[in-house]
Write a protein that binds this ligand. Structure first.
Ligand SMILES: [Zn+2]
Length: 252
């Protein structure tokens, strides 16, 4: 039996704990803030056994050293992250077992070059960190549009019924941009209204099914004729439409 817990860390990061009750083991996706993660563990009565790091940004690794020192947890990180305290380094495309749970390490460069998404097919969990957000995607700090589009395209091939977990609560702002470029999308209008309600109640907008993201997230819908018409790019490649969307979002 797998239980997940998400909770706020730092300003707008998500902490994500995944607990395997069969083995009584718990892992954390990233380590944004040691104190918040420790508090969540205490509330659930869980101990931290492993941390899976997604990329090198400070708000994803800041708590790793303190948690390792205090709890002796094993740390797995992308090799390109160059995290000195990592016990295991991943190239990407490996299958790993963490806390008894099978994960595929999917390289998702674009936001950063080192980023890896962790996908647990049997548990239907995708931890995409800052590659894919609900109704958006990460800023393109290090990769090219071609790399980023390949990463998102790869994630969008995963099944509709998996649940997407992200590194930040950015959905409300993303929804405004998504509606700007895809105003007549009924599924998006509905999701946007739900997001408004959830945020009003101070509730999380995640996790969300990847199937709904495929219907509503403009960065996964670059082949959609309405979005292409809005961008004036009816016959461009998917990669070009992605690049135009990402640039437009940066200015939005
Ligand atoms: Zn980041």
């Amino acid at each position: 039996m797998i239980e997940t817990l998400i909770f706020p860390c730092l300003q707008d990061n998500f902490g994500l704990l995944i607990h395997n009750s069969k083995e009584n083991k718990t892992l954390s996706i990233d380590a944004p803030e040691a104190a918040a993660i420790e508090k969540a563990l205490i509330q659930k009565g869980w101990q931290l056994d492993e941390i899976l790091i997604t990329h090198h940004h400070f708000d994803h690794v800041a708590g790793a050293a303190a948690l390792k020192e205090k709890m002796g947890c094993k740390i797995t990180a992308p090799k390109k992250t160059k995290l000195a305290i990592a016990d295991v380094e991943l190239e990407g495309d490996e299958e790993i077992i963490a806390c008894g749970i099978k994960f595929q390490a999917i390289p998702t460069p674009g936001h950063t070059l080192d980023q890896i998404a962790y996908y647990a097919p049997e548990e239907k969990i995708l931890a995409a960190a800052d590659a894919l957000f609900s109704l958006g995607c990460g800023r393109m700090f290090e990769g090219t549009a071609a790399e980023f589009w390949d990463s998102l395209n790869r994630l969008s091939q995963l099944p509709d019924d998996i649940m997407l977990y992200c590194g930040h609560e950015y959905t409300q702002a993303n929804a405004r941009f998504a509606l700007h470029v895809d105003p007549n999308n009924i599924a998006l209008q509905r999701r946007s209204q739900e997001v408004e309600q959830l945020r009003k109640l101070n509730k999380h907008t995640l996790p969300i099914s990847l199937g709904l993201e495929k219907q509503t997230n403009p960065f996964l819908r670059v082949s959609d004729p309405a979005i292409r018409a809005k961008l004036n790019l009816p016959v461009a490649s998917n990669e070009e439409v992605f690049a135009a969307l990402r640039a437009l979002k940066d200015k939005f």
